[in-house]
Each structure stands twice: as structure tokens, then as C-alpha cells.
Design a protein around this ligand. Structure first.
Ligand code: SF4
Length: 398
């Protein structure tokens, strides 16, 4: 971790070089631009700016909904070696790395979390709540998930999602959660089955690929819950990603799933990734994305820079991340880690002087050996290629 590197929230459009000119990604949407619309330094010429403004693409809408992330359990039934909640590698070389301290969401803490949330929403003039159930593995505390969802309804619950490893989400439990408003579950794959089963292992031993696919196939078939798939890409697994995309399409209903790829980074516990952000890797990301689109998965559309509601504003005005014991953290990647607390739901945020150096954003947690400009160029290349493809296949109107 790199304490004390807080950057102020940046809201801003992006300009990506596409096959036929430029892609403008503004707060209000996407537009295609020609070379003559830009100056030599990629600034908009006045006529282009006026046009985008008239189309509403430059307008920034303020945050409408309060974003609340709650850890329902800090425990996990898996032992992924790169987990940012590990405090070290498993010294015995097994699948039981030591984790952050155990904590489990109770009824009393839910009361405090929602009281705090109601106060913060009132102060910010918001009446809608977007809730994320988080862990550890949130479903190690199914009652905490159910109760929090049920009681959040009184706070204008608009949307609820969960980040889960997917191994415990059976259809009966999914039906209960869906009835309480859960609509999206994010699960992660660590490569095709052989690599995934070496990396995403149960603490008791054994792989998880088939269990996750089977659960998510059933859940998306019998509930309105959609499956958001994140594929972690590293030097351990990138050769198998083409096969993974095909296997996921065979085992799941692509129409009920989104799919995105992310190079996994190092959060400072000795799990490095030798895969560099390179032109060759960008080409692979592009190939995987295009195949996923062709197979019927939703591949998230590239967007303008949009700061995270929870961690990008030091006063927690638009959102909060709460550990299962009611402690506040600036972002979900520091949640539960000693020394990173920024307050409690009972007493509110600590004074700014006391949180200096602890208020980091999720983007800052990963240590990439690469320069930030290399990272930005990589994302721009991959995103432009996706927009080119969506446009050329009639899936994007800009
Ligand atoms: S499933 Fe998630 S919370 Fe559990 S060990 Fe793996 S990365 Fe960590």
C-alpha cells in the first residue's frame, strides 16, 4: 500500500483514437469526432464543443443516489493468494493465507449502519440508496444479507448488488435475495478451468470453477439476478482466456451475463503479476472482448472518467464503505485492515487531520510497476477497439 497518495476526484471526458477518427466519451454519452474537430493538442475546437454541448454530452449530472457498501462477513471460504484481505501468504504453501480480523454483521450493527446512512443521505439531499453487499464472502452471513436488504427498503433502496465468489449462491437463497431486491452478482474467474482451479481455491482445498458456473447458470435461470463476470488476467492464466470465454458461453446464458477483463495487480502482499501492459496484451484484450460480444455477452461500454462515489470524496458525502463491525473505511480495498479506519457509523467520520494518509481511493491500492501513462494508454487502446467493433457491427449508436 502506498499511504498518503490521495488524488482529488477528477471528473472528465476522454478522447480515444479510433480506426476512423476519434471517440469522445463525455459525462452525457459517446460521440464520434473527426480530426478536424480537434486541435493539435486534442482539445475540442469551438464548433465541436458547441455541438457536443447541444447534444447534452458535456453535461455532468450530480450524484443522485447514495452509494453504500457493507461487508456482511470478513471471512471467506476461499483462499485466493492475491486477495487484498490477506495479511500474508500461507507460510505452509497451502490455501489458508492469514486474513483480516473476523467480523460479522449483526442486527444491532445494521441499525447503526442504516441510522448513519439516513443521516448522510439527508445531509446530501439524497433519497435513493444503491447498496453493495461485500465481504470476505457475504454469503457466509446470509441472514445479515437478507436483513440488510429488507431494512434498506425503508431508505429508498433503488438497486442492490453483491460481490460474491459464487460458490454459496444456491437457487433457494438467490430467490430470497432477489425477492428483497438483489439484481446483480459480480463473480470472478481466474482463467480457464485448470488455471482458475489452481488460483481460486477453497480454504479446505479443491477448485471452484464448476461450482461457480453451475450456481450462476441456475440462479440466472430462476431469478431476475444478472451475473457480472470479472476475469482476472495474469501471467498465470492469460494463455487460456480464449478457451475460458468459450467455456463460459457454453455453461451460462450470455444474455444474462456481462463480461469484463482486468489485469490483476499487487496489493503489497507479494503477489506480483509479470504480465506487462503492452500492445500485444491490448490486442489480446480486444480479441477476448470481441468474441464475448459475438457470443452474446454484454461487454461494459467504455465511459468517461467517473470518480468512485465512496472513496473519491474525502468527506464521504456521496457514499460509504462499512466493515461488518460498523467501522468506516475510505474504500473497499482497505476495509477491515488495521490502521485504515476513517471513523465509525456510530460516531461518524474522524476529523480530516486524523484521516490524512488513510483516505485512499480504490485505484491507488494496486501497485503497478508500469507508469500511469502506460496504464492509461492501454485502457484507451482497448476501449477504442471495443467502440470500433461495436460500431462496425451495428451495436453502438454514436
Ligand atoms: S473469494 Fe474474494 S474475498 Fe475470498 S479469498 Fe478470494 S478474493 Fe478474497
Amino acid at each position: 500500500m502506498n499511504k498518503g497518495r490521495h488524488r482529488e476526484a477528477e471528473v472528465g471526458p476522454r478522447m480515444l483514437r479510433g480506426e476512423h477518427g476519434w471517440w469522445f466519451l463525455g459525462p452525457g454519452g459517446i460521440a464520434r469526432l473527426k480530426n478536424e474537430h480537434l486541435t493539435a493538442t486534442r482539445a475540442l475546437r469551438p464548433a465541436a464543443e458547441r455541438h457536443l454541448s447541444e447534444q447534452g454530452l458535456l453535461s455532468t449530472r450530480g450524484y443522485q443516489n447514495y452509494s453504500l457498501t457493507v461487508l456482511t462477513s470478513t471471512n471467506c471460504n476461499l483462499g485466493c493468494a492475491y486477495c487484498f484481505q490477506n495479511v500474508d501468504q500461507d507460510a505452509a504453501g497451502g490455501s489458508r493465507p492469514p486474513r483480516i480480523a473476523y467480523s460479522r454483521l449483526t442486527s444491532d450493527t445494521i441499525t447503526s449502519v442504516l441510522d448513519f446512512t439516513g443521516r448522510r443521505m439527508a445531509e446530501s439531499g439524497m433519497d435513493r440508496l444503491v447498496l453493495m453487499l461485500f465481504g470476505g464472502e457475504p454469503l457466509l452471513n446470509p441472514q445479515g444479507c437478507r436483513e440488510l436488504l429488507a431494512r434498506a427498503a425503508d431508505y429508498g433502496l433503488l438497486r442492490a448488488s453483491m460481490t460474491s465468489n459464487g460458490t454459496l449462491l444456491t437457487p433457494p437463497l438467490a430467490r430470497q435475495l432477489a425477492d428483497l431486491g438483489l439484481r446483480d452478482v459480480q463473480v470472478t474467474f481466474d482463467g480457464d478451468r485448470p488455471e482458475h482451479d489452481r488460483i481460486r481455491v477453497r480454504r479446505s482445498g479443491g477448485g471452484t470453477f464448476d461450482a461457480i458456473v453451475a450456481n450462476m447458470a441456475q440462479v440466472t435461470a430462476v431469478t431476475p439476478i444478472r451475473c457480472d463476470i470479472r476475469v482476472n488476467v495474469s501471467h498465470h492464466n492469460f494463455e487460456g482466456i480464449d478457451a475460458l470465454v468459450e467455456r463460459l458461453a457454453d455453461g451460462l446464458d450470455p444474455a444474462r451475463c456481462s463480461l469484463h477483463f482486468a489485469r490483476v495487480g499487487d496489493v503489497g502482499i507479494g503477489y506480483g503479476n509479470q504480465l506487462k501492459f503492452s500492445t500485444e496484451l491490448a490486442g489480446r484484450f480486444t480479441r477476448w472482448q470481441r468474441r464475448a460480444v459475438d457470443l452474446g455477452f454484454t461487454v461494459p461500454r467504455p465511459r468517461a472518467h467517473r470518480p468512485c462515489q465512496a472513496c473519491s470524496f474525502k468527506d464521504g458525502k456521496y457514499g460509504a464503505v462499512v466493515n461488518a463491525d460498523g467501522t468506516l473505511f475510505s474504500c473497499w480495498e482497505t476495509a477491515g485492515k488495521p490502521g485504515w479506519q476513517v471513523g465509525t457509523v456510530r460516531d461518524g467520520y474522524l476529523p480530516a487531520g486524523q484521516t490524512e494518509g488513510r483516505w485512499i481511493t480504490c485505484e491507488e491500492s494496486y501497485q503497478y510497476a508500469d507508469e500511469i501513462t502506460v496504464l492509461a494508454e492501454f485502457h484507451d487502446t482497448v476501449d477504442a477497439a471495443l467502440l470500433d467493433y461495436l460500431s462496425s457491427t451495428g451495436r453502438l449508436r454514436a
